[in-house]
Design a protein around this ligand. Sequence first.
Ligand code: FAD
Ligand code: EPU
Length: 338
Amino acid sequence: MEINKNRSLKDLNTFGVNATTKFYTEIHNLEDIHELLEWKEKTDLPTLLLGGGSNLLFVNDYQGLAAKICLSGKEIVEADADATYISVAAGENWHNFVRWTISQGYAGLENLSLIPGTVGAAPIQNIGAYGVELADHFYSLQAINLENGDVLEFNKEQCQFGYRESFFKAYGLDKLLISSVTFSLPKKPQWKINYAGVQEKLKGLEPNAKLISDAIIELRQSKLPDPKVIGNAGSFFKNPVLNIDQWEAIKANYPDFMGYPQSKTEIKTSAAWLIDSCGWKGYRKGDAGVSEKHALVLVNYGNTTGKQLWSVAEEIIDSVSQKYGIILEPEPRRLSEN
Ligand code: FAD
Ligand code: EPU
């Protein structure tokens, strides 16, 4: 395991924020994991597990060891009458994996096309898009406890998946290194195509995984800024989940306030709508701002810092709170201490 000192993180986070990590390494195999465990025993410094950096905001330089997970490989481990089980290493690119499953004739993950990042990070917030979540096709994962080297197996129930939530967030990030994830892909897929935009693109066509994936890619490219062109981390805030009374009180004054039932008592609303209606879309302060394409996406117009981006986020939280009494919760992980 090679360790570099004082490495820039600019090319390791999709915001393109130019923070530095005191130490940097890459984890390619089991031996690297063992050396990482030894390094952790020897030093008191924290470790940051890094995937594609598409859900991180570096507010400060990182004072520990950033370890980029580069474990690679995938295999079909089993098939039964209902599903095919595919195990994939944590460092594989998520979107490439999705397209590979489709090319091999396996359906299930098509709605999750073009989500940036790695397979290993996907369970952390239970990635979701267009009516499908990782949890829908998740079977199990393997993780290494970085405190004692134990190799652990988690089934779906143990992962406690929720909307942008999992056991791993609650347990404490950087304590468990997810090394591989196994998916259960159904032999008889149920297409999820009634999401606004997807249906229109598939009109008159017999759906299949490739067509749906292509439609989702097109839709995402039309809605979201490309991080290769303009730095961003996708949605900066979670969509708030309100109880029905709260939602109805706001809806009474704002008839076009969006709401989708989550349970008998809860409604998921649109953070983008809340932010947009407070006038933030296209806002710019220096090189930090809000995308002109989508009100929920904070962007780096060039050379902004994590501090400046966070300051815009705080202004947005304040204004939405003042107007609607709703406190927006950030989605990306903010690294500000250490
Ligand atoms: P990173 O940002 O590197 O890390 C995220 C978290 O996971 C960190 O806490 C990190 O420590 C931890 N982590 C990373 N790898 C491991 C590992 N192997 N073991 C343990 N912990 C680990 N998300 C959605 O859910 N739906 C979307 O539709 C969506 N669209 C997006 C669109 C854009 C343009 C962008 C930039 C982001 C979008 N995201 C979306 C957010 C992001 O892509 C996901 O959260 C993704 O899973 C992050 O993967 P990553 O490898 O980049 O993780
Ligand atoms: N809207 C506005 N203004 C905008 C953009 C959107 O008012 O500038 C309103 C529109 O009315 C629109 C609604 O917000 O109908 C919802 O917008 P969109 O369909 O783009 O979805 P979203 O709720 O903003 C969520 C996820 C995305 C995921 C999409 C598709 C969260 C926080 N975000 O976005 O995930 O790709 O749905 O399913 O749940 C991410 O997590 O990083 C991410 C991009």
